[in-house]
Design a binder for this molecule. Structure first.
Ligand code: CA2
Length: 148
């Protein structure tokens, strides 16, 4: 079975490339999906790439990835939970409950921004945390997952 990478994106990331280019760059989420697809193809991985503005959808997708993990088919999950990073015990419990190997990803350097962005509910259950590389971070995260 070809190992699969789940790349999951949280609220408002569908607006990427339309506002705040000084923080998030000018590439759209469709550009990010193309970058992830090209990276996965190069590394021989399958890609599941999704975005939702709804916390429960992200929880359901982590559970889906967890079932694949139990079957031995998951390479890892790259999660940009966006604002839910800083608020969501539900996502923390989903990652903990499924045991999926997780990269917590942020496009911007959250530690150089407002203090409410400095705390993450996910960092303590993530295998790796990365921020500040712009959308190129998605490629770097997948390359890291490929070496787990
Ligand atoms: O830096 C990141 O990737 C964040 O996860 C992005 C979240 C923010 O709440 C986190 O603190 C850091 C915000 C995503 C919203 O993205 C937009 C992009 C362009 C225009 C509007 C929203």
């Amino acid at each position: 079975m070809t190992p699969t990478v789940y790349v999951l994106n949280g609220p408002n990331l569908n607006l990427l490339g339309t506002r705040e280019p000084q923080v998030y760059g000018s590439q759209t989420l469709a550009d990010v999906e193309r970058l992830c697809a090209a990276t996965c193809e190069r590394l021989g991985l399958s890609l599941v790439f999704r975005q939702s503005n709804h916390e429960g959808a992200l929880v359901d997708w982590i559970h889906e990835a967890g079932r694949l993990h139990a079957e031995g088919g998951l390479a890892g999950v790259v999660l940009n939970a966006a604002a839910y990073t800083h608020t969501s015990v539900a996502l923390l419990d989903a990652v903990k409950g499924t045991g999926v190997p997780l990269v917590e990803l942020h496009i911007s350097n959250v530690h150089a921004r407002e203090s409410f962005r400095h705390h993450s509910y996910l960092s303590g259950v993530a295998r790796a945390v990365m921020c500040g590389f712009g959308v190129r971070g998605y490629q770097l995260a997948i390359e890291g997952v490929a070496q787990w």
